[in-house]
Design a protein around this ligand. Structure first.
Ligand code: NAD
Length: 363
């Protein structure tokens, strides 16, 4: 795909645009930075050092400004905003793991709530910032374990510290929208995505990384909660939504400065066991056993998102179906492990081509 074709995505809004991405050393942030860079954006990343080894950030061969810093370090954060004068901020930095949050609640709340306040304060004080997309989670909702998907108008909540911190981050966002931003020339939106998979994630206690690490080590992966249902989607899906929101906000369209769900079609809300079975079709070495979690930590069983608002109003729709999502994910890891080659570029181009075939508005 020609550079020009990539630069013209999202109406060409990202070309030469200074974009600050927090969490760029993490799973989703590293993919976002890669995509923004391909569209000709001037990217500034702000995060802690990568949290795992290997990690997607270090495997990507791209050149951009990477600042290693803590979002709870206000001075460094403010200096970074002042120095680079971003026009848009994608805030993805977070303590993003549910089980870890049970052992480290203070760190989780500090990073996810106070860190978000710091990002919004720095954005408020920096004149160049016109748009902010705050990435929270589907877990921000008060989970009633019911069969319906949560809507953007549903109550915030959260049982475990991670989920509650994301509910809090949404309340902080809402307060800043009302009190400071949306009546001025800065626009702030929040994005709530489901369980994201794709190549390049090695985090602890996440299904796909657990499967990959166990298979690489020739052991059976332990599945804790085979019947838990989640909205599975490829990492490029929510990113295409975040970029759409950024596009609308940069155009000054105030009606988009609110909360948005980005999840898969209903048929991709599937049990953990179904996901594992599907991965085996693409890697016959994958084997598993079911081992009930002995920690007694509560984990939601049923969690679905209603994405009608993004589908109808933003005209955002998922591009890949469940089978393609699993196939791309597993083949990414196999290519890395068996040939030492990452398929990030191949996956991005293939995703964009499919989006063009489907006439996605952002293409
Ligand atoms: N992966 C998913 O399934 C999923 C689902 C819904 C929402 N999310 C949200 O998307 C965002 C990105 O998730 P991810 O999967 O890429 O997580 P990740 O753990 O791979 O990456 C987290 C990033 O945040 C950075 N970070 C953590 N604490 C920090 C701090 N105090 N200061 C600066 N940087 C810090 C890390 O260095 C890393 O770059 C998070 O907000 C997460 O809650 C993820």
């Amino acid at each position: 795909m020609e550079d020009m074709e990539l630069e013209s995505l999202y109406g060409g809004i990202y070309k030469n645009r200074t974009c600050l991405v927090t969490g760029h050393t993490g799973f989703k942030g590293s993919w976002l930075v890669y995509w923004l860079q391909k569209m000709g954006a001037k990217v500034i990343g702000y995060s802690l050092e990568p949290l795992t080894e290997p990690n997607h950030y270090s495997l990507l061969d791209i050149n951009y400004t990477s600042v290693i810093g803590d979002i709870t370090d206000n001075e460094k954060l403010t200096d970074t905003f002042n120095k680079y004068q971003p026009e848009i901020v994608f805030h993805l930095a977070a303590q993003a793991l549910v089980r870890y949050s049970y052992h480290n609640p203070v760190e989780t709340f500090t990073t996810n709530v106070l860190g978000t306040v710091n990002i919004l304060e720095a954005s408020k004080k920096t004149n160049s910032v016109k748009a902010i997309v705050n990435i929270t989670s589907d877990k921000c909702y008060d989970n009633k374990e019911w069969i319906w998907g949560y809507r953007e108008s549903d109550a915030m909540g959260g049982y475990d510290p991670y989920s509650a911190s994301k509910g809090c981050a949404e309340l902080v966002t809402s307060s800043y929208q009302k009190s400071f931003f949306n009546e001025n020339e800065k626009l702030l939106a929040s994005a709530r995505a489901g369980n994201v998979i794709g190549g390049g994630d090695w985090s602890e206690d996440r299904l796909i990384p657990d499967i990959v690490k166990s298979t690489e080590n020739k052991v059976k992966v332990e599945i804790r909660n085979p019947l838990a249902t989640r909205p599975w989607q490829h990492v490029l899906e929510p990113l295409s939504g975040y970029l759409m929101l950024g596009w609308k906000l940069l155009l000054g369209e105030k009606q988009y400065a609110e909360g948005w769900n980005f999840g898969p079609k209903l048929e991709s809300n599937l049990e953990v066991k179904t996901v594992v079975d599907e991965t085996q079709k693409h890697w016959d070495k994958i084997d598993y056993l079911t081992n009930k979690d002995k920690s007694n930590h509560h984990e939601a069983n049923l969690l679905m998102l209603d994405c009608s608002k993004a589908n109808k109003i933003l005209k955002w729709n998922p591009i890949w179906d469940f089978n393609t999502t699993i196939e791309k994910t597993i083949l990414w890891y196999r290519s890395y492990l068996e040939k030492g080659k990452i398929k990030t570029e191949d996956d991005l181009i293939s995703y964009i081509k499919r989006a063009k075939d489907k006439k996605a508005v952002w293409t």
